[in-house]
Ligand binder design. Structure first.
Ligand code: SIN
Ligand code: MN
Length: 259
């Protein structure tokens, strides 16, 4: 699947793309079944919420389940990513972030690049984050919030927050967020299960707690150019995989038909 010139321009202007219902209900059902399997495991790559103890993020998925091993090579993810970020991309991180109904906590304002750079020594903000909604995501169950066009600020100063949630994050300070908000519209990324998102390493984003009665699970694949690889191995492999083999798009029946 290739992105049209119009979608590529939208990505360059806004810093993200929302691709409604890119994956079918049947495909989402299979991914969800695999999700249940990995969530049931006692594994250090299943990270739990600080307060409730329910799983917040499950990582290293392509090494834990055959379905995720195939999914990270899916043409509907890999081909658009290669159009934007170049041919030779390695699998940096593979996870599902869940915001459980009533329990899911926030993700503070951040740029993914701060973590990639400060923790893993990635030189440039070239990685892409590719999401697939595994539930319907609405205004109430903790959607991602994007400052549209905020990637144009480049890499901004951040503080390491180890307190707010169970997942330590380099966060953008409130004064900077306020400044960005003066020129960038705030949008929430909502859509039906199967919707995909693509966003870049400098887009400023976050998400609120989920006080709704509806779960919100999102699959996330981070791909990074091989020539922009990590230079530090301080974090565990499931945070940033060491294997630099370029990912190849596998042909699926649907994509062979041109979807
Ligand atoms: C992220 O920033 O990539 C995760 C945010 C979320 O899952 O809500
Ligand atoms: Mn993020």
């Amino acid at each position: 699947m290739k992105l049209s010139p119009q979608l590529l321009k939208e990505y360059q202007d806004n810093g993200f793309l929302i691709l409604p219902e890119l994956f079918s209900a049947e495909e989402i059902a299979s991914i969800r079944a695999a999700m249940e399997r990995v969530f049931g495991e006692e594994d250090e790559a299943n990270i739990r919420e600080k307060k409730s103890g329910v799983v917040r993020t499950a990582m290293g998925l392509h090494l834990r389940d055959a379905l995720f091993k195939r999914l990270v090579r899916h043409p509907r993810l890999v081909e658009p990513a290669r159009q934007i970020a170049g041919d030779d991309l390695y699998v940096q991180q593979v996870k599902i972030n869940v915001k459980a109904a009533f329990e899911g906590e926030q993700w503070q304002w951040h740029q993914d690049f701060s973590t990639h750079h400060n923790d893993d020594g990635v030189p440039e903000p070239l990685a892409l984050n590719l999401h697939i909604f595994l539930d319907d995501v609405n205004e109430f169950n903790g959607p991602l919030y994007f400052f549209k066009g905020s990637q144009k600020f480049g890499s901004v100063a951040t503080l390491h927050d180890t307190e707010t949630t169970s997942y330590a994050l380099w966060v953008v300070e409130p004064d900077k967020v306020k400044e960005v908000s003066e020129s960038c519209e705030l949008v929430s990324a909502t859509g039906k299960a199967g919707t995909a998102l693509i966003f870049g390493d400098c887009l400023i984003h976050g998400s609120p707690p989920n006080m709704s009665p509806w779960n919100r699970a999102i699959f996330s694949l981070i791909l990074n150019p091989v020539d922009n690889a990590y230079t530090s191995e301080s974090r565990k492999d499931h945070h940033h995989h060491r294997d630099l083999t370029p990912v190849q798009a596998a042909v699926t029946q649907d994509d062979a038909k041109g979807r």
